[in-house]
Structure formats: structure tokens, C-alpha cells
Design a protein around this ligand. Structure first.
Ligand SMILES: [Zn+2]
Length: 300
């Protein structure tokens, strides 16, 4: 049972969950969903806050599904915005490739922030005491937030009930894998009773979730191509959710036009167009994550 001051707004895979921490002094919101759905995000936040204003918006990390509503929330509430310290250079520069925006066919309204949060910083949010912890791996600059008295971890994409956010292959692969392992091990040392993940419902079977994550990590450690295929499929489903559908006849051109796919194919796979499309979409269809109807592809 969560303390009343902690309210999680469970969304989907396009929009990260938002978490509202409502105290006597102020209301803090963690993560703001994807830009396309910013209006819906605003109304879900208003519901969660029962009409109170957001005083402070914080991000676990700066990916489009977590910061996409930042501009809208800041505009609507005139609130303070804080991001993880090590994301600041990317956000200042608004580097569309490093932020995986145009590079991966994702969108995010540019926003400004007031200050940054570093691992070890402590806060009173929702009348509870929280500590920011480093959560590198999926995003090397990511943070998570832990409240010891409530045993609650706001994990972002560092730990879900079934796995964690995509890990990138490439030259930094070893560093990302070992950072992910260190982050999971640091969670295992915390007295966590409830995890509020970036995607999916809150969960209390923390040990079982950790076990699944360690297994996934071990599979990635053994096989870089598995990481490549996983990234391609996750990004494709994300874009299908964003675009709502894609014409089958446009699929090859679409994959050619988004730099992420072209780069990954060239660097790791060297497949012709048909084989590359089948590797991504065929696998997703066989697994039931994508379906084909009336000449269009849809995310399920
Ligand atoms: Zn996410």
C-alpha cells in the first residue's frame, strides 16, 4: 500500500509513467510522458493533484518518453524543472542525434530547466524524504529516487517488472553493460518494498523482477547482436505507437529514411532491404507485438 502522498499515473510504452508526490508544501511530479500526448498528460496530472499546481517537475532521465511533456507542464504550471546533472550538456545543446530525436524518428518540444540533480542529493517531496541515486546503463546519466521510510523506489527505466530500458550496442557496450549490472546490484542492496517503474504497473515482487533483469543482462552480455535486434524492434514499435500506423508499402523507405536503422544495418547486419525489414517487422509480427491489417502495420 503506497502512502497517500505518492500517486502514480500509469501510462503505456510511448508515455512513461508520471509520479506525483503531493505534500503540504508543494507538489512534485517526476517525468512527463511523450510530447504527442502532452494534453492528456496535463489532464492526468491535474487529476492526480486534485487541481493543485505542479511546483516542481523532475526527470529520471532525458529520453523523449520521459521528458516529452516538460515544455507543456512548465508552460501550464510555471514550475521549476530539474534534470539529472549529466543530462544538462545534451539538453543545453539540444543535440537531436545524441537525444535520439530525429535520429530515431522521435519528437520532443524543446524546454528549459532551472537546475540539476546529482546522485546523493536529498529532497523532501510529498512529506517524505527521498535520495537521488545514480542509475546508469539504459541512460548513463539516469537517476532513480529512493524513499527509505516507505521502501519505495522510483526506478525510471533502470528496473521494470520485466526487464529494463534498451541498452545500446557499440563501442561503449562494455561500459553500459557493467553500469547496468552495478545499478541492479545497488538496487539489490536497498530495502525496496515497492517499485514505481517508468513503464508498467507498480510492483512488490522485487526479487523476482531483479532475477529476470539479471537474466536479460546476462543474455546481452553473451550476444551483442541480440542487443542490436532488441534496440531495432523496440524503437520500431515505439515509432509505430507514435505514428499510429505505417503503410506496408512504405516500410522499406521508412527504414531507409531514419538514420538509426540505416546506421545499425550498416554497422552490425549488412542485410538487404527485405531481409532487414523482416528481421524487424517479421519478428515483431510473429511475436504478436505488431499486426498487419488493410495494408498497414500497427503496434498491438
Ligand atoms: Zn522510458
Amino acid at each position: 500500500m503506497l502512502p497517500f502522498c505518492i500517486r502514480i499515473i500509469v501510462r503505456d510504452w510511448l508515455n512513461a509513467n508520471s509520479i506525483a508526490l503531493v505534500g503540504r508544501q508543494r507538489a512534485v511530479v517526476i517525468d512527463s510522458g511523450y510530447g504527442r500526448d502532452a494534453e492528456h498528460t496535463l489532464s492526468r496530472i491535474s487529476e492526480a493533484l486534485a487541481g493543485k499546481h505542479v511546483d516542481w517537475l523532475v526527470n529520471t532521465h532525458c529520453h523523449s518518453d520521459h521528458m516529452g511533456g516538460n515544455a507543456a507542464v512548465r508552460n501550464a504550471h510555471r514550475c521549476r524543472v530539474s534534470i539529472p546533472r549529466d543530462e544538462a550538456p545534451l539538453i543545453d545543446a539540444w543535440d537531436e542525434e545524441a537525444l535520439w530525436l530525429s535520429y530515431a524518428d522521435q519528437r520532443c518540444d524543446r524546454f528549459t530547466f532551472d537546475d540539476t540533480i546529482a546522485p546523493g542529493d536529498e529532497f523532501d517531496w510529498g512529506d517524505l524524504h527521498w535520495r537521488a541515486l545514480a542509475a546508469p546503463g539504459h541512460d548513463m546519466a539516469a537517476l532513480m529516487f529512493f524513499c527509505e521510510e516507505a521502501g519505495v523506489l522510483i526506478s525510471g527505466d533502470a528496473l521494470w517488472e520485466n526487464g529494463f530500458g534498451i541498452l545500446l550496442p557499440g563501442p561503449d557496450r562494455a561500459a553500459r553493460l557493467s553500469a547496468t549490472r552495478a545499478t541492479l546490484e545497488s538496487i539489490a542492496c536497498l530495502p525496496v518494498r515497492t517499485v514505481l517503474p517508468g513503464h508498467g504497473r507498480p510492483f512488490t515482487e522485487v526479487g523476482a523482477a531483479m532475477e529476470r533483469s539479471f537474466q536479460r543482462l546476462a543474455a546481452f552480455e553473451r550476444d551483442e547482436l541480440r542487443m542490436v535486434r532488441h534496440v531495432l524492434k523496440v524503437m520500431f514499435v515505439f515509432s509505430l505507437m507514435d505514428r499510429r500506423r505505417l503503410a506496408v508499402e512504405d516500410l522499406d523507405d521508412y527504414l531507409d529514411s531514419v538514420p538509426l536503422y540505416a546506421d545499425f544495418n550498416r554497422q552490425y547486419l549488412n542485410l538487404d532491404r527485405t531481409a532487414f525489414a523482416d528481421l524487424i517487422v517479421g519478428d515483431l509480427e510473429r511475436g504478436g507485438a505488431v499486426r498487419r491489417m488493410d495494408g498497414f502495420l500497427f503496434a498491438v
